[in-house]
Design a protein. Structure first.
Length: 280
């Protein structure tokens, strides 16, 4: 496999997937306001440590296609299976942050046999724990300005500030703003709606793959107590709290995040398959 490749997976909506390195597949899934660029520090690190490190742009994000009609949150699980099938990977290491973590919990209930390990970052097991007031505020903060004609680039600074921890550098803040500024407005609105309407409850107790739950110590959206509760419900799960990080723990403290993730993954490295052939 070439050191770096960007592939687009058919059929429509085409999915853009960036891959680096050689070895068992480790695939990263971004959050609702991100894209694959949020995993830049992880792709370089894990490619250097014997993995094929990959990150997708979910449908309607980054360089992946927009799509016609409504979105069902389960479509993301179908897309993830499509990626693994395209790469001829029977089992992969899967890591998702926030919405990406919710996708992986849904995927685990549908395609457990395709999972080598799960790393669930700054996420929650559905939205049932959130009060109606908090749900409405979440929707208002992200959806109402866009429906009123604001561009993603205009709303990004305030939303980014609400997500990162107080120790985050200006460079980290700007990276998050930059990823939110290029959101596809219509697809983003669909994703917010699908995420909040999705009522399938993940079976955390039924997860059998080795699982690592990671959370920023300063995460206000999905706080450490939520992560701790998830880890207690998943058999044998490991919990890591990243100091000095808010909701974007991998962006805010990449070295701490990478070291913790690698320590978890290395004993299970060969449970996953490498892509069967060079992507084109």
């Amino acid at each position: 496999m070439p050191h770096t490749a960007l592939i687009r997976i058919e059929p429509p909506p085409r999915l853009a997937v960036e891959l680096r390195g050689q070895g068992p597949l480790l695939l990263f899934l971004h959050g609702i306001g991100g894209n694959r660029s949020n995993w830049r520090d992880q792709l370089a690190f894990f490619a250097a440590h014997g993995f094929t490190a990959a990150a997708w742009d979910a449908r309607g994000y980054g360089e992946s296609d927009d799509y016609e009609g409504p979105l069902d949150f389960a479509d993301f699980s179908a897309d993830l299976r499509r990626v693994l099938d395209h790469l001829r990977v029977e089992r992969a290491h899967l890591c998702g942050l926030s919405m990406g973590g919710r996708i992986l919990q849904d995927f685990a209930g549908r395609h457990a046999e395709r999972i080598a390990t799960l790393t669930l970052c700054d996420t929650q097991p559905g939205l049932g724990h959130m009060s109606e007031e908090k749900r409405r505020e979440f929707i208002r903060l992200r959806q109402a300005p866009l429906r009123a004609g604001q561009r993603p680039a205009e709303m990004a600074p305030a939303v980014a500030r609400s997500l990162i921890g107080p120790a985050a550098s200006e460079a980290v803040y700007q990276r998050l703003v930059d990823s939110m500024a290029v959101l596809h407005t219509n697809s983003y609105l669909k994703t917010i709606e699908a995420s909040f309407l999705y009522d399938r409850v993940p079976d955390l107790e039924g997860i059998r793959a080795p699982t690592h739950v990671v959370v920023g110590a300063e995460d206000r959206l999905t706080p450490p107590e939520t992560a701790r509760g998830m880890a207690e419900r998943i058999p044998g799960a490991k919990l890591t709290v990243i100091p000095g990080a808010g909701h974007l723990s991998n962006l805010e403290q990449p070295q701490l995040f990478n070291d913790a993730a690698l320590q978890f993954l290395l004993p299970h490295r060969d449970r996953a398959d490498p892509p069967a052939e060079t992507p084109r």
